[in-house]
Design a binder for this molecule. Structure first.
Ligand SMILES: [Zn+2]
Length: 504
């Protein structure tokens, strides 16, 4: 029987925040399970929209022997600590060694992991795996579409499969696609690969695959793929500061010439699409004003796109809140502000209590500060959130004690949901779990860049990206890259980057 090992090690690293992902962050359950090993890799991911879930389900259908190794993910943040990287990488390699002879390996990776020591975390992990198990072992990997793909990853992986949707609705599907590739590698089909970097960086809020240039590029990649050619497209993670940050293409084909041609054709399409990206980003005040001028009826959703904890940010900036307050917003809800201190304070005081406090704004972000006001504790919860949206439906998030505070200001109606664990507000469950029905309000403000669209766009008359101070810059020229390679354009049709601050 064919024996296949399954492992995963995910992180999306934002170089411009001060937090870190250590072992504790890997062990902790957040929107995804905590660190899993052995059979828990199968049982703990069952039914979720995760790449490894799709890969394992496909393996069950194929009737191969599944050897679960280890799976770990930490909420996006600053770099992965050397300790976490060494412990988890070593555990993966040791567990594969003790599994005995295997025919193939599937890895569920993100592709934008930066560690204290390695700018290319996944490239380093794959290099170590090759060093131990040799070049002959088929290794199929799946990556998040926010991967900053490197030549090292392309060299060591037998094939790479990448999500094609943002919001990421196809994570499990991508895992299944990677598994299908792996089965072909095991039957001695080793594709030739061609790698191209697209020479312009795309702001996160312009990467939505539901319309426009991004949608078309993924359609082209899918059309260019068939039984023998596989064209994969990554959009890159703008918050990672490394040489290879940005979008890229990997074409797989039976021979090198076909792979090169497919990659060149996709690159040509990406260059043609460059002028079509809509990167407009209104200020928070303008976004709130637009929302308030919309007719009564369905809510308007405002996305605080630059403070998205799913992109590693603190999720505690107050720019959008201030804009709502300044405009005396009515029927507005905002989530999630990460503020364990005030959440604990609210739990101590109890429902109905009123108090003055300062919320959020503690991350030292330029132009941001705590928001001081009078609040009433409207509701409290243990922060166990059941997902019902398309992206994470079936899963559960653990966001610690939460509190819903109403701002006590005349002629204003704003409720704020505070969490004790950083989590991206991408599902209506974050409001529902604390007694708010988002369908019934006028304005929904979320700390998310694009993922929120999956669950909030269907109930909204409009969605608006808002630019408030945050550490996931959507103005690419404002990002203080130190390591980004020379020649890449800072935004579609943007100025050309001059290169690393201190070239090696
Ligand atoms: Zn992503």
């Amino acid at each position: 029987m064919t024996r296949i090992a399954f492992a995963g090690f995910q992180h999306e690293t934002n170089s411009f925040v001060s937090s870190q992902a250590g072992l504790e962050e890997y062990r902790m359950a957040d929107s995804w399970p905590g660190l899993l090993d052995g059979i828990a890799v199968v049982t703990g991911t069952q039914g979720l929209n995760l790449p490894i879930t799709g890969a394992i389900e496909a393996a069950e259908h194929a009737g191969v022997e599944i050897i679960p190794i280890l799976w770990g993910s930490a909420e996006p943040s600053g770099p992965v600590t050397s300790e976490a990287f060494e412990v988890i990488s070593t555990a993966i390699i040791d567990a594969i060694k003790s599994a005995g002879a295997i025919d193939g390996l599937y890895l569920d990776l993100h592709g934008a992991m930066i560690t204290e020591r390695h700018d290319d975390g996944e490239g380093e992990l794959l290099r170590r795996i090759r060093a131990v198990f040799g070049d002959a072992l088929p290794v199929a990997i799946s990556l998040d579409m926010h991967a900053n793909v490197t030549a090292e990853m392309v060299k060591h992986a037998t094939s790479i499969s990448i999500y094609r949707t943002y919001p990421h609705l196809d994570m499990a599907e991508t895992g299944a696609r990677a598994f299908a590739q792996l089965q072909r590698h095991i039957q001695d089909e080793r594709p030739a690969k061609a790698f191209r970097q697209i020479p312009y960086i795309i702001p996160m809020h312009a990467q939505f695959t539901g319309d426009g240039a991004m949608k078309r590029l993924y359609e082209i990649a899918i059309q260019a793929s068939d039984a023998t050619v596989q064209v994969e497209l990554a959009v890159g993670f703008t918050g990672g500061d490394m040489a290879d940050t940005g979008p890229s293409i990997i074409a797989h084909a039976p021979d090198q010439a076909t792979a090169e041609t497919a990659a060149d054709e996709m690159l040509k399409q990406a260059l043609n699409a460059e002028p079509e990206f809509d990167c407009h980003l209104p200020t928070a005040r303008d976004a709130v004003e637009t929302a308030m001028n919309c007719p009564a009826g369905k809510p308007v959703t405002i996305a605080d796109v630059q403070d998205n904890p799913g992109g590693g940010t603190p999720s505690d900036t107050t720019g959008v809140l201030r804009a709502l307050v300044d405009k005396n917003a009515q029927g507005a809800i905002l989530g999630l502000i990460h503020d364990p201190t005030v959440a604990a304070q609210a739990h101590e005081l109890g429902v109905g209590a009123t108090f003055e406090t300062a919320i959020g704004g503690r991350s030292g972000i330029d132009g941001d500060a705590p928001f001081i006001g009078h609040f009433r504790v409207n509701a409290l919860s243990n922060g166990r959130v059941t997902y019902e949206g398309e992206m994470y439906g079936g899963g559960i998030a653990e966001i610690g004690p939460t509190a819903c505070l109403a701002l006590l200001k005349p002629d204003t109606d704003i409720q704020i949901v505070l969490s004790s664990v950083r989590n991206q507000c991408l599902d209506r469950g974050y409001f529902r779990h604390i007694g708010i029905e988002p369908e019934t309000v006028r304005i929904i403000a979320v700390k998310s860049t694009v993922h929120y669209r999956a669950d909030f766009e269907p109930i909204s008359q409009a969605v608006i990206s808002a630019g408030a101070p945050g550490s996931l810059h959507c103005d690419i020229q404002a990002i203080p890259y130190q390591k980004l390679r020379a020649g890449v354009r800072l935004g579609p049709l943007g100025p050309t980057h001059k290169g690393p601050a201190n070239p090696k």
